[in-house]
Design a protein around this ligand. Sequence first.
Ligand SMILES: Nc1ncnc2c1ncn2[C@@H]1O[C@H](COP(=O)(O)OP(=O)(O)O)[C@@H](O)[C@H]1O
Ligand SMILES: [Mg+2]
Length: 368
Amino acid sequence: MSKGLWIGLMSGTSMDAVDAVLLSFGEDRLEIQSTLALPYPEDLRARLLQAIRNHADPDELGELDTLTGQHFAQAANTLIEQSGVDPSDILGIGSHGQTIRHQPSGKAPFSMQIGSPAIIAEASGITTVSNFRSRDVAAGGQGAPLVPAFHRWLFRSATQDRCILNLGGIANLTWLPSDETNNITGFDTGPANALIDAWCYDQTGKHYDENGQWAREGEVNEELLEDLLSDAYFVKTPPKSTGKERFNLNWISTHLQRFDDLPPEDVQRTLLQLTIDTILQQLPTANSSMAVYACGGGTFNPLIMEGLREGLKGVELRTTAELGLDPQWVEPVAFAWLARQTLNGLPGNIPTVTGAKGERVLGAIYPA
Ligand SMILES: Nc1ncnc2c1ncn2[C@@H]1O[C@H](COP(=O)(O)OP(=O)(O)O)[C@@H](O)[C@H]1O
Ligand SMILES: [Mg+2]
């Protein structure tokens, strides 16, 4: 397997920023050289949000593909400049792109990411791999989550059952049993930050509730919580994946119809409790010898972390920092790893996770 430098570019459903990482891979370890989070300009973010809410014709979608590609390319080039490495030492870029729609079930399943990889390859001069989800969907899978294969590579332990829990806009978990004869499972549990971000923005104009301060002013409304928990997604058996097309402001409004005199901070606190409860309910098992390792932006919200820790009742909750990888960079590193798999002709999906018919080499390659 080749050594050398790789770049991973990721923006999840929170649409906060492109997270970019430059790193090298060894046999079973990695070394981060440089990192960068490049926030979306406010107008691009607003247009992407509009597009996700169904207000994009082909002209708008095409322009957004280009503008988002330029933003991802800027993240890659800034990362290269700040690191001082020779671009010719970089073997490839893995770019997730920005999900506009994730519809992996139904008559015509698809998962659509934009952020033109041609522009990234052209601007950086580096081979770029993108569109990772579509091949898994074509093979009958959910196209998501795709990070579990990377989690297995880096985080699996022969002595400890581990759950890797990513708290992005959506929460996804990977169950890594120490016994290799047991299947690895992984799926989206539902919202992590998506609903608390959406409600916070709607009510306060801020993109997120910093450190959960606003939610702390409210109280959980048990009746509303019960109503929210009744969504069929939470009891669906995996493989399953979801996104902003389900868990969004409309979803909140529908559930709030019977609760229109609730103080907004109580709604915020209740939505945050929904995140905590749905994760706890869907943990594959909870035994005292296992540990949960969290990553993603939700690890910076102490109220989410406190709630999870309380509910885990003695099962250790840590972050991936304790396994040597900063929680903010797990996802972009995973897409660098997936690009490396692709360029080495190796599969990137786990069929027991996504439900695909088999392992597949993922992605489309845009040569340097
Ligand atoms: N200090 C913080 N307090 C509360 N929430 C935070 C904080 N920092 C980040 N977040 C949350 O993390 C989200 C971004 O997480 P991220 O892992 O980038 O998600 P995604 O993969 O969906 O882009 C923000 O939208 C916000 O909800
Ligand atoms: Mg993000």
